[in-house]
Design a protein around this ligand. Structure first.
Ligand SMILES: *Cc1c(COP(=O)(O)O)cnc(C)c1O
Length: 360
């Protein structure tokens, strides 16, 4: 299999040291070593997410924890604020779990405004609401800091944030913003292989979950927490230990070698370089100005190029390119600039993209 560079918004290329850490010989999952590993990872993740909340690990992709959060935290009705395809997945989860919900969807490319959140939460109908920090299908980053100000007015409402394509690439202050359930997967801005996910859950969210009678088994956040409290720091079933070894390694790199603020700054630099390319090449942005993502840019296909031919040509040049997502497949294409991508790699990619567009 020929190795191609991944410019898709997950999975991402993983640093060789992290891949190597996946090969660490196995340990018993009930051992002291496993507990210490889980504790270490949790403490490092708290730093990355700016939180003291309990970290839950899950051997599942991010969607599993989305289901866990929604199932465990809705007793009344959930407001699903959506700006795209991933936002709509929360509504699908609610529907399939028989959880009462309302889908509040804005035009794709637009963000959720604090005013819209205020308007709906003020109805008193909801005890939970969901939002994406970063919508991967449209390249929109929602203004969570502003939404948090509105949310403070509703202390009985629980806030769930899907930060899958944002966490560790776009800063979120989980505690300052009052996020009750903040989740991410490993294969996006964190820069690890897929198959593992993480949530930071507030104390009051755990209390609220006690009011939910049927929370399921694998994704019951109280059962997951029980195993953390017990030893302390164990996982309910057998976790993906390779991911845990890799996380331990990668989090050291993020916190101590690159530095968290440098990592956020690099993502913005990659975004700015991508924006420059978009404008110089006669394209437009799909996302509204002021809300454009630092991890993935959705480029509007206003030049009406064949996105799928371009994808094939880029494959011949050794790259996996991302077309649009779902209904935007050929109306947009996306440029991922997340995880451990360097400026040099991005510049090379953008140059190649220009060359291949000329050949179309
Ligand atoms: C990729 C992605 C998901 C799905 O995550 P999985 O780990 O594949 O389950 C959910 N939300 C957003 C915003 C994503 O980018």
């Amino acid at each position: 299999m020929e190795q191609k560079k991944l410019f898709i918004p997950g999975p991402v290329d993983v640093r060789p040291e992290v891949l190597e850490a996946m090969n660490t010989p196995m340990i018993g999952h009930r051992s002291q070593d496993a507990s210490e590993l889980q504790k270490r990872i949790s403490e490092k993740l708290q730093k990355v997410f700016f939180t003291q909340n309990q970290i839950l690990l899950s051997t599942s992709s991010g969607l599993g924890l989305m289901e866990a959060g929604m199932r465990s935290l809705t007793t009344k009705r959930v407001a699903v604020f959506s700006v795209g395809a991933f936002g709509n997945k929360w509504a699908d989860i609610a529907k399939r779990n028989n959880i009462p919900y309302d889908l509040i969807e804005v035009d794709w490319g637009d963000p959720i405004t604090p005013e819209l959140v205020d308007e709906h939460l003020s109805s008193g109908k909801y005890d939970a609401f969901t939002i994406q920090h970063n919508e991967t299908s449209t390249g929109v980053t929602n203004p969570l800091n502003k939404i948090s100000a509105v949310k403070q007015k509703y202390p009985d409402v629980y806030w769930l944030v899907d930060a899958v394509s944002a966490a560790a690439g776009i800063k979120a202050e989980v505690d300052n913003w009052g996020i009750d359930f903040y989740l991410t997967s490993t294969q996006k801005a964190l820069g690890l292989p897929p198959g593992f996910s993480i949530a930071a859950v507030s104390e009051r969210a755990f209390k609220h979950a006690e009011e939910v009678e049927f929370r399921g088994r694998y994704f019951d956040i109280l059962l997951i927490k029980k195993y953390i409290d017990k030893k302390p720091y164990q996982y309910v079933s057998t976790p993906s230990l390779p991911h845990m070894f890799a996380l331990d390694k990668q989090l050291d790199y993020i916190l101590n070698e690159e530095g968290l603020e440098n990592r956020f700054a690099r993502h913005k630099e990659l975004r700015d370089l991508t924006h420059k390319w978009v404008m110089e090449n006669g394209f437009e942005f799909f996302a509204k100005e002021g809300y454009r993502s630092a991890t993935v840019t959705a480029v509007k296909n206003n030049r009406n190029i064949s996105v799928l031919d371009l994808k094939k040509q880029m494959a011949d040049r050794g790259y996996v390119m991302a077309p649009g997502y779902g209904k935007l497949k050929t109306d947009t294409f996306r440029i991922a600039h997340m995880a451990d991508r360097t400026v040099k790699e991005l510049v090379e990619y953008l140059d190649t993209l220009s060359q291949e567009i000329e050949k179309l």
